[in-house]
Design a protein around this ligand. Structure first.
Ligand code: F3S
Length: 423
């Protein structure tokens, strides 16, 4: 792999041991990928904090060891300097405010706080969300990024026109310290053109519709790049958040185009560029119903947990939940958690939404989600969620039954304790 003089100097230790270890990692990684060179990045979203029981043993030796081992793949503990690139923390394991409710022990939250203090001092912005683009990290068109988290990556590429592959803990750690990432995959224009076509024949308007279409898209195209055309309306960034998370769950979709709406597709011609549709699929009423049925893994209609906010809710979504719960009370056997970034929770508190949700018996959580933390209210057997991604993963992760449906169906289940669904 070709290196610039600056990159060679970093490799040879001019920036210190941690930067040399980071450059060594990137060179090995880039060579394995067949990348010809590195590209500069000033936008890294990774996982830098210590919040899981498996990290506890390493954390006993200090946070430099955690970063060295887990973010640089280094057996030697090196001193960690300031981040070279603009860097943010993605979702974490525990809610900093509601850790006791999650069933985390005090040592776990102390470890998470110590690790946040350590990386925060070195320039990591502690956004603690899978949606950094909702709280200040919005890549510009064409910006080279190094992001983890499938729902964030597809949003960066498809909705915003930023450029990233799905990175890992180690490559984001190395990118943060060097401001470099291998130049391959979705960093290259020719790899971003559509190669699958989806014709949407049934109206897609609501959040539920966009989630179902996303789930269908992933099932059909797997890891390819779909171009979607047809009966699509109400496109906005929140619906694209929902759509992308679903597509990245049922398939491995990291990039898509919706001509007329997404930034690299002013037209279908532009979306396909020098590529072409190797396969076409039709999304119709039967496909929609099939996706809805596929996402139901429950049989018992007695629901005991409602999970809302995957990916993390926008402020408007939190406000909508407050509105739907106004003046009502959750069924006594049901817990309802609303997940949102910590910055949005602050705005939701100031806007009165948190108080209104809590008056109904719900809880507004941040920093994490049940699929990541593997922490649910005790004794939960049957969940309901408005997220195709959460319905896809949580039943298997937490060994629970899962219902999927609209926000309104989930709220109704929360109030009555019984799942009725949308159809
Ligand atoms: Fe975010 Fe957790 Fe969903 S990380 S995308 S809320 S599974």
């Amino acid at each position: 792999m070709q290196l610039t003089d600056t990159e060679k100097a970093m490799r040879d230790g001019a920036g210190g041991e941690a930067v040399a270890a980071a450059m060594d990692l990137l060179i090995r990684y880039g060579n394995a990928l067949g990348a010809e060179r590195l590209v500069e990045t000033d936008n890294v979203a990774g996982a830098f904090n210590a919040s899981t029981p498996s990290v506890r043993k390493i954390a006993e030796n200090g946070m430099a060891e955690v970063f060295s081992r887990l973010n640089l793949d280094s057996d030697k503990t090196v001193e960690i300097p300031q981040m070279a690139a603009r860097t943010c923390q993605l979702i974490t394991g525990i809610d900093d405010q509601n850790w006791a409710l999650q069933g985390a022990d005090p040592q776990m939250i102390e470890m998470q706080r110590a690790s946040e203090a350590f990386v925060g001092q070195r320039g990591v912005n502690l956004m603690a969300t899978c949606t950094p683009y909702q709280v200040g990290n919005v890549p510009t068109f064409g910006e080279h990024c190094a992001w983890m988290e499938s729902s964030a990556v597809i949003y960066c590429n498809g909705a915003l026109g930023g450029r990233t592959n799905v990175e890992g803990k180690e490559s984001t750690g190395a990118a943060a310290l060097t401001g470099r990432i291998p130049y391959w995959g979705y960093h290259l224009t020719e790899n971003r053109y559509g190669n699958r076509h989806i014709r949407v024949d049934v109206p897609v308007r609501s959040m539920l519709d966009w989630g179902l279409l996303g789930y269908f898209t992933g099932e059909m195209v797997e890891e390819n790049i779909p171009v979607l055309e047809g009966n699509l309306s109400g496109v906005d960034l929140v619906k694209l958040k929902h759509f992308g998370a679903a597509a990245a769950s049922s398939g491995g979709v990291e990039m898509y185009h919706i001509p007329g709406h997404t930034p690299e597709a002013r037209s279908a011609e532009e979306a396909f560029g020098t590529s072409r549709a190797e396969e076409s699929h039709v999304y119709d009423a039967a496909a929609r119903k099939k996706m809805y049925d596929t996402l139901q893994s429950a049989e018992d209609r007695k629901v005991d947990f409602i999970m809302l906010g995957c990916p993390h809710n926008s402020i408007e979504q939190v406000g909508r939940i407050a509105h739907l719960l106004d003046g009502k009370r959750l069924h006594p056997d049901v817990a309802l958690w609303v997940h949102t970034p910590r910055a949005i929770r602050t705005v939701a508190e100031r806007s009165g939404y948190v108080a209104r949700i809590e008056a109904a018996g719900g809880k507004v959580m941040s920093d994490t989600c049940p699929a990541i933390s593997r922490r649910l209210p005790e004794g939960v057997r049957v969940i309901a969620t408005d997220s195709a991604k959460q319905a896809h993963y949580l039943p298997a992760i937490a060994k629970v039954q899962g219902w999927f449906g609209s926000l309104e169906a989930c709220i109704e289940a929360g109030l009555t304790g019984t799942w009725k669904g949308d159809f």
